[in-house]
Design a protein around this ligand. Structure first.
Ligand SMILES: NC(=O)c1ccc[n+]([C@@H]2O[C@H](COP(=O)([O-])OP(=O)(O)OC[C@H]3O[C@@H](n4cnc5c(N)ncnc54)[C@H](O)[C@@H]3O)[C@@H](O)[C@H]2O)c1
Length: 292
């Protein structure tokens, strides 16, 4: 079945860069998109451009600060009102720049936490709203989180950014059970460096020189990785690296043998089944409580 026609996607950080490019690709394949961002002028223009190109309404924009549940709920509500329910949620908004270093910045509670609130907080909050929306609708769905190569590598000059992207990887992998619980597949795309505005103002001179020297991946490969997450119905809890030479699956961590006794392994299937039952109950309660 065509995974795009009549499908509706919400995309945070959709006003420009990776978010906008994926939006344009999805629209070209027949999907509708709702863009959420804090760059309102660019977001409105982006939606207008997509609608003009299509000759009908295929896109909408709404101011969405991903650190705020209220905004994320409004993003999904607009998608539902304009195009029907959401099938695909791309939690992609992110920041780097000055705040990406994070080690010897001033000891300021609010300034220190901003990158964490946007890069991982925005993904967690967006995933929670998406799961409730999709589970309530009962048609399953696809969630794709934008992590980074920094979700696997250690990079001293952008330590805070690395911490947030490692967190996005851990969160996305941990939601592998959502496919069994409510038919929602959660995966993460982890690009290597790609020419967008986020790398235009690096955290330090060393970060700038590193970015100038390192090879880049292409926007084409990045977009293809998001499409792979949509098209491959077996993919759940996976991380796709987008490198200068293309897309690679980053295998999951397998704990060493000493973590698996035969008695423990025997219990795993039952524990998994019971865990899913427990999670389904919690999901039903959460849907009632959230009143979306
Ligand atoms: N470009 C790269 O080299 C690269 C590599 C790996 C991962 N990424 C990730 O890709 C994602 C998209 O980045 P990009 O490269 O397109 O850069 P970008 O700066 O062009 O796009 C990021 C978007 O997120 C938006 N945003 C920032 N804070 C927000 C908030 N609080 N609420 C809503 N939107 C907010 C920005 O306004 C912007 O439109 C980010 O998560 C970034 O960390 C980028």
């Amino acid at each position: 079945m065509d995974p795009y026609t009549s499908k509706v996607a919400v995309i945070t950080g959709g006003s420009r860069g990776i978010g906008y490019n994926v939006a344009a690709a999805l629209v070209a394949k027949g999907a509708k998109v709702v863009l959420g961002d804090i760059l309102d002028k660019e977001g409105e223009a982006a939606a207008k451009e997509l609608n003009t190109r299509a000759g009908k309404q295929v896109a909408a924009y709404i101011h969405t600060d991903v650190t705020k549940y209220k905004d994320l709920i409004a993003l999904f509500a607009l998608a539902e009102k304009t195009f029907g329910g959401v099938d695909i949620a791309m939690l992609n908004a992110g920041i780097a720049g000055e705040s990406a270093g994070g080690v010897f910045t001033p000891l300021d509670d609010r300034a220190d936490m901003l990158i964490h609130e946007v890069n991982i907080g925005g993904v967690i909050k967006g995933n929670k709203v998406a799961l409730l929306h999709m589970a309530k609708r009962g048609k399953g769905g696809i969630i794709i989180n934008t992590a980074s190569i920094a979700g696997f590598s250690a990079m001293p000059s952008i330590a805070a950014y690395c911490a947030t992207k490692h967190a996005v990887v851990g969160w996305s992998r941990s939601l592998v059970n959502m496919q069994s619980v409510c038919g929602v597949r959660v995966n993460a795309v982890c690009p290597y460096w790609c020419e967008t505005d986020i790398i235009a103002n690096p955290a330090s001179d060393v970060a700038r020189r590193f970015l100038e020297a390192t090879p880049k991946t292409t926007m084409e490969y990045v977009v293809q990785a998001f499409e792979q997450c949509i098209e491959d119905s077996d993919m759940a809890g996976e991380t796709l690296l987008v490198l200068p030479d293309g897309i690679h699956v980053q295998p999951s961590f397998i704990p060493p043998e000493c973590c698996f006794t035969s008695e423990f392994l025997e219990k795993v299937p039952q524990l998994t089944e019971d865990g899913n039952k427990e999670t389904k109950k919690k999901l039903a309660q959460a849907i009632k409580a959230a009143k979306l």
